[in-house]
Design a protein around this ligand. Structure first.
Ligand SMILES: [Ca+2]
Ligand SMILES: [Cu+2]
Length: 366
């Protein structure tokens, strides 16, 4: 839901999932195939292959993961086919091209209707979206309503509310996009949203079982590798990594596949429904999960009436005090119609989809 009472959160609940002793990473074995043709503009060939997916539970991994990983257990073996992936999150200027071409109106720009929210008072049925606001003093980290607020007039053109705009923000990731908005963009672009397995395979960049998309050290040689939060959360984003708040795309080093911002900056939509026990289900089946698409239906015990899809990558709000989900393998989740100012997306394209388009185009000219 996106009416004021209900808000998306960086980390809402902890599920006590039994930590299995066999929980460990095995080697990533990438497919030995060359890219099927020329890369579509802005996209990178991800070879696919077999890898260990997920994150070790608190205390069981290579570093502490506060509130990060209780739904990312157990580590299990997955195989994905090769695919093309956008090198960066979709930017404001790219999203604007889509809106100009199609006249698409995002969910945050549409007023919620009485039909959607029969019990909501009429004065609450105002178009808007959810925005992070720092608190003016230290607060206990047990109630996210202290820093997330529904702001009327917030949407992708006004990410922080009506007084904000996109001037000079062409290369920033588009935010305040709900799942159907991201899907509509992908369809227009002849692409689709990644599965969670594709996202993680790509994020790991060919490495095996590392803590971060770049390795095991958070700041190798003192270098900041992703846009995260420094300072006291949620009071003051100290911006020691160069950015207080969101950063333009490509300001931090790419991962092993040449993908930018696969950790930090903005969360990204994946196409899988969210269930905290999905990995457990796959692990119990045994063997290797081939191109897993997520569970058949969503269920989050913390908010059983919300339909949620997976978020991946963490955001500029992630930090070691509250939510360290810039750690690769950890998972996020969000109600499908809810955007926030730290949630965006990028697209992928299957090899076959790309090939079909190439052969289809010349004949359509006949
Ligand atoms: Ca930062
Ligand atoms: Cu986080």
């Amino acid at each position: 839901m996106r009416v004021p009472a209900v808000v998306i959160v960086a980390a809402l609940s902890i599920y006590r999932v039994a930590f299995s002793a066999g929980d460990e990473f095995a080697r990533t074995v990438a497919n030995n195939v060359s890219p099927p043709g020329k890369a579509p503009e802005g996209m990178i060939w991800i070879p696919g292959g077999e890898f260990s997916m997920g994150a070790a539970g608190n205390g069981g991994g290579s570093c502490e993961m506060p509130m990060a990983s209780n739904d990312a257990d157990p580590i299990h073996r997955v195989r994905v086919d090769g695919f093309w992936m956008d090198a960066t999150a979709v930017t404001n200027e790219q999203f604007e091209q889509f809106v100009k071409a199609t006249g698409y109106v995002t969910i945050a720009e549409r007023a919620p209707t009485k039909e959607e929210f029969p019990t909501a008072p009429a004065e609450n049925l105002v178009a808007g979206s959810v925005v992070f606001a720092p608190t003016d003093h230290e607060v206990p980290l047990d109630n996210h309503f202290q820093w997330w607020t529904y702001i009327p007039g917030a949407n992708w053109r006004h990410p922080l509310g009506p007084d904000s705009d996109l001037k000079g923000k062409e290369k920033y990731p588009v935010v305040q996009v709900a799942y159907p908005d991201a899907q509509a963009y992908a369809k227009w672009a002849g692409k689709r949203l990644p599965t969670e397995a594709e996202f993680e395979f790509a994020a790991r960049g060919g490495l095996s079982g590392k803590t971060y998309v770049w390795g095991d050290e958070f700041r190798p040689n003192g270098k900041w590798m992703a846009n995260t939060w420094q300072g006291k959360f949620p009071v003051k984003d100290a911006g020691e990594d160069g950015f207080a708040g969101i950063a333009p795309v490509k300001r931090f080093p790419p991962n092993g596949y040449g993908l930018y911002d696969m950790a930090g900056n903005v969360w990204e939509w994946c196409s899988d429904w969210y269930r905290p026990d999905y990995y457990k289900t796959l692990a119990e089946k045994g063997g290797v999960a081939i191109n897993p698409q997520g569970p058949d239906s969503p269920f989050d015990p913390a908010e059983p009436n919300e339909k949620k899809r997976v978020h991946r990558g963490g955001s500029f709000l992630c930090n070691s005090q509250y939510c360290s989900r810039y750690i690769v393998g950890t998972r996020g989740k969000g109600e499908v119609n809810t955007g926030t100012n730290h949630l965006g997306f990028r697209c992928v394209k299957s090899a076959q989809e790309a090939a079909t388009k190439l052969t289809a185009e010349p004949s359509s000219l006949l």
